[in-house]
Design a protein around this ligand. Structure first.
Ligand SMILES: Cc1cc2nc3c(=O)[nH]c(=O)nc-3n(C[C@H](O)[C@H](O)[C@H](O)COP(=O)(O)O)c2cc1C
Length: 195
C-alpha cells in the first residue's frame, strides 16, 4: 500500500500511520518537575536508540507535561507498559492538570528504592566508561519513600593511567544477591558488581 500522509488517501476506516509499526510497544514515561511533582503518561512514539551509550527517546505531539518536566530536571524514565497494566496505562493518558500525580490517580506504586540505587550505581559506571571519570567520595540525598528522588554530589577526576591504578574495571551492576534494607541509622545495601 502507498499513501500520502498529506492527502490521507489510504482508503481505510482509520489512519494507519501508527498501526504500520506493529507490534507497537507503549512507553510509559515518568518524569519529575523541579518542584518534585510526578508525571506519568503513555507514549507510543518511544524507543531505545542505541545501547552504547544507552539511549532512549520519546516524542511528544506538543509540549506536554512529560516534556516540560523532563526539561526541568533533565531526567525521565522509560517504563514498558505491559498487557496486565493496560487499563491504568490508558487512564494515565487523561489530560490531568499539570502537577496532578497520575500514579496516585490510578493507584500505582512508584519505583522502588532498591531500583533507584541500582540505576544510580549503573549511571556511575556509565560515567566512568563515557567520560573516563572515577569517584572517590559522594554525598547522596534521598527524598521520599514511595515516589523517591536521589540526588548526589560526587567528587573524583579523570582516569589518569600515570596516577590511577584500576584494580578492577566495573562493567555492570547485577541483581545477583542484590538487597537493600532499612537499618536504624539509614540503609544497608549488598551489591554484586560484574567486573
Ligand atoms: C497508548 C497511548 C499512546 C500514546 N502515545 C503518545 C505519543 O507517542 N505521543 C504523544 O504526544 N502522546 C501520546 N499519547 C497521548 C498522551 O499520553 C496524552 O496526551 C497524555 O495526557 C500526555 O500526558 P502529559 O501531558 O502528562 O505528558 C498516547 C496515549 C495512549 C493511550
Amino acid at each position: 500500500m502507498f499513501y500520502e500522509t498529506a492527502k490521507n488517501d489510504h482508503g481505510l476506516p482509520y489512519n494507519p500511520f501508527k498501526a504500520i509499526v506493529a507490534p507497537r510497544p507503549i512507553g510509559w514515561i515518568s518524569a519529575m518537575s523541579a518542584k518534585g511533582e510526578i508525571n506519568l503518561a503513555p507514549y507510543s512514539f518511544f524507543n531505545g536508540l542505541t545501547d552504547h551509550p544507552p539511549t532512549v527517546m520519546f516524542a511528544s505531539e506538543g509540549r506536554k507535561d512529560s516534556v516540560v518536566f523532563a526539561e526541568e530536571t533533565k531526567e525521565f524514565v522509560c517504563n514498558l507498559a505491559t498487557w496486565e497494566l493496560r487499563e491504568p496505562m490508558n487512564e494515565t493518558s487523561a489530560p490531568f492538570a499539570r502537577g496532578v500525580n497520575e500514579m496516585e490517580k490510578t493507584g500505582l506504586e512508584a519505583a522502588r528504592m532498591d531500583l533507584l540505587l541500582y540505576d544510580w550505581l549503573s549511571e556511575l559506571i556509565f560515567l566512568k566508561d563515557r567520560d573516563r571519570e572515577v569517584f572517590t567520595s559522594c554525598r547522596v540525598r534521598i527524598e521520599g519513600e514511595g515516589p523517591c528522588r536521589l540526588s548526589a554530589n560526587v567528587r573524583g577526576g579523570g582516569i589518569d593511567p600515570e596516577r590511577t591504578t584500576l584494580g578492577a574495571d566495573p562493567k555492570a551492576v547485577t541483581f545477583h544477591q542484590f538487597a537493600l534494607e532499612r537499618v536504624t541509622d539509614g540503609w544497608r545495601a549488598r551489591v554484586v558488581i560484574d567486573i
